[in-house]
Design a protein around this ligand. Structure first.
Ligand code: ATP
Ligand code: MG
Length: 654
């Protein structure tokens, strides 16, 4: 079967960088030339922006692919790079975290204060027996202690596994067991949607309710007091953070560890199947996190107020909340709660209050703000914003335009950044001040990154064609494996294009006439209608382009005549729901898609639903919708943000 994906939607809008922006931009076009001239020398130069206790002499060892080593004979301490070195350089008084709790409590934490806190936590962890290579599970809300915990683990050369605070006891247990964690760091709870959301009970349950399984590796549970709800207590195992950390010494000398010392395990969100324990190491990861955060976010650490809205339980929170911004010495906003608590303008209130200059968020958030209407952000002063970023899913051109016009005053450049838990840091993105941007396209590989779109046999498809996205060259922040499963690592990512040595990303993409990359959806989700391979992203973008539609998800369901048929699930804006019948809306939308992209893409069914199934990081889980569209029992829903949503959708479809 051909891997060509028929491309049907066109987009001609272009936005050149303003001369003022370009004049002050961190990135220059010269970076591409430098990387092109000598890729390894280029990455070595970026790595030297970090502090190395022992400088490296080798850059890349690719003698045993796909197992890469970067900067292998160098030694560094990741936490020292994020903290102590800024204090030693005189920036100790700079604010690292502008933290705001959901109830409105605030803390401003300087680099000097955060460094002290992390040293104390490191001393406590050492007392609890944590050493290099040990695994520590972190199950915390978005509070400063979460970042301090990650950095303290890193400081000791141990390995953190951050588990999203919304996951159940069950997911927690599988992840704790898979990693063999020695310590769990949690809190009594966190604030979500105006209420206390307890966390400790899930830890207690994960550790207690072990059936006939192994007794488990966890020796202690370190508990932050955040919400002051009653918690169960296991004497000898459980320890309060406030009983130990403030009392601990703030003297702690960061030891050097090899560049390839593991830094963290992070389980993917499970959009396409069972979560995988992605393993990242230290020197290469920190190099690419720091570099991309600086050039793609155009970060000026002395003057910018950066805000990446991702939870630390997601890779975006690791790379662009904890590691990138802190290694760059930036000031950033950290917010504990949900965007609509206590009012739907909360995010915009925070932008105004803290003078956020760079905002990095996900298309799902942007679409939900669109649904609520522009009046809400327009009540706030967003004039501090000068750059916008998007990550996590393709951003539909309509959402891109709304983001630029309503949040970015029609002037802020938007970077649409493509990357994965596996890639560790951004891989494809415009460079602000350099690239002319296009709504809906992620555009170009970052300097030093090798990307191609190929057919099933690994051949370049050429401009104007669709195919499979591959990464053609090893990169510093690449995953080093799947925890405990080297075979699945090779099988999942490397076997498909073994001859070429390409990494298979699992995403469909297209090159336009300029050679820019457009993402078309997961390869697993591509539909085949009467022999035409159709992109979920394109049809969803067409639907979102209709003024009645707030959100859309499209899947291919088996069909006797066409092989597969397009089935759409759409959320309609309230004002349109009130004024039109569901049948009328469905008919209008079928016709609309036919006009926008052609009869072949016209959905067989349009279901009007109230919600879509999403992962914790806001991605649509199309495989579950396919189950509904094909009348099957709905598959594994454990990584959904709201597990009840599927029964509601199934009922609405009937
Ligand atoms: P799993 O691998 O378990 O199914 P996941 O792929 O959703 O989970 P992540 O690593 O968080 O977990 O997501 C990476 C994926 O997100 C990419 O492979 C791609 O499909 C999508 N993605 C991320 N950023 C973009 C973007 N800017 N444009 C298009 N797609 C994106
Ligand atoms: Mg994935």
């Amino acid at each position: 079967m051909s891997s060509q994906i028929d491309h049907l939607l066109t987009e001609n809008r272009r936005f050149a960088p303003s001369p003022e922006f370009a004049a002050n931009a961190v990135a220059t076009a010269d970076l591409y030339a430098q990387a092109h001239a000598d890729r390894e020398a280029f990455w070595a130069e970026q790595a030297r922006a970090l502090h190395w206790h022992t400088p490296f002499t080798e850059v890349l060892d690719w003698s045993n692919p796909p197992f890469a080593q970067w900067f292998a004979d160098g030694e560094l301490n990741v936490a020292y790079n994020c903290l102590d070195r800024h204090v030693e350089a005189g920036a100790g008084d700079r604010v690292a975290l502008l933290w705001e709790g959901e109830p409105g409590d605030e803390r401003r934490i300087t680099y000097a204060e955060l460094t002290d806190e992390v040293r104390r936590v490191a001393n406590v962890l050492t007392d609890l027996g944590v050493e290099q290579g040990d695994r520590v599970a972190i199950y915390l809300p978005m509070i400063p202690e979460a970042i301090a915990a990650m950095l303290a683990v890193a400081r000791l050369g141990a390995i953190h596994s951050v588990i999203f605070g919304g996951f159940s006891a069950d997911s927690l247990r599988t992840r704790i067991d898979d990693a063999g964690a020695k310590l769990v760091i949690t809190s009594d709870g966190g604030y979500r949607k105006g209420r206390v959301s307890p966390l400790k009970p899930a830890v207690d349950q994960a550790l207690a309710d072990r059936g006939n399984g192994p007794q488990g590796t966890v020796e202690h549970v370190l508990v932050v007091r955040r919400t002051e709800n009653e918690v169960g207590w296991t004497e000898g195992r459980d320890i309060w953070w406030h009983d130990t950390v403030p009392q601990a010494s703030a003297d702690h000398v960061a030891q050097p560890f090899p560049a390839e010392n593991p830094l963290f395990i992070l389980y993917t969100s499970g959009t396409t199947g069972k979560p995988k324990g992605i393993l990242h190491t230290s020197g290469g990861y920190l190099t690419q996190a720091t570099f991309t955060n600086r050039v793609a976010h155009d970060l000026h650490p002395e003057t910018d107020v950066f805000w990446c809205t991702a939870d630390i339980g997601w890779i975006t929170g690791h790379t662009y909340v904890t590691y990138g911004p802190l290694a760059n010495g930036a000031t950033q906003v950290l917010y504990e709660g949900t965007p609509d608590t206590p009012h739907p303008g909360r995010w915009w209130e925070l932008v105004e209050k803290y003078g956020v200059t760079i905002l990095y968020t996900a298309p799902t958030a942007i679409r939900s703000f669109m649904k609520l209407g522009r009046e809400i952000p327009q009540r706030f002063d967003l004039s501090s914003i000068r750059l916008l970023g998007s990550v996590g899913e393709p951003i539909n051109p309509e959402a891109w335009m709304w983001y630029r016009n309503i949040i970015g005053a029609g002037t802020a450049p938007i970077i649409d950044t493509w990357w994965q838990t596996e890639t560790g840091a951004m891989m494809i993105s415009a460079l602000p001040g350099v690239t002319e941007t296009k709504p809906g396209s992620a555009q170009v590989p970052l300097p030093g990154i090798g990307v191609d779109v190929v057919d099933e046999s690994g051949e370049h498809v050429g401009n104007g064609n669709g195919g499979l996205l591959v990464l053609t060259k090893p990169w510093p922040s690449m995953l080093r494996g799947l925890w405990g499963d080297p075979e699945r690592f090779v099988e999942t990512y490397w076997e498909k294009f073994q001859d070429k040595g390409y990494y298979f990303a699992g995403d469909g993409a297209r090159l336009d006439d300029d050679g820019d990359v457009w993402f078309l959806g997961r390869v697993d989700d591509v539909m085949n209608v009467s022999g035409h391979r159709l992109s979920t992203t394109e049809i969803e973008s067409a639907l979102v382009g209709n003024e009645a539609v707030a959100e859309a998800a499209v899947v291919g369901a088996s069909d006797e005549t066409t092989g597969q048929a397009v089935v759409a699930f759409v959320i309609i804006k309230q004002s349109y729901l009130d004024a039109h019948s569901p049948e009328g809306l469905a008919g209008t939308l079928r016709q609309w898609v036919g006009e926008q992209i052609g009869p072949i893409a016209r959905p067989r069914d349009v279901y009007i639903v109230g919600e879509l199934p999403k992962t914790r990081s806001g991605k649509i889980m199309r495989r579950l919708l396919r189950d509904v569209a094909e009348g099957r029992e709905v598959g594994d829903t454990t990584t959904l943000a709201d597990t009840a949503v599927m029964s509601v959708i199934s009922a609405q479809v009937k």
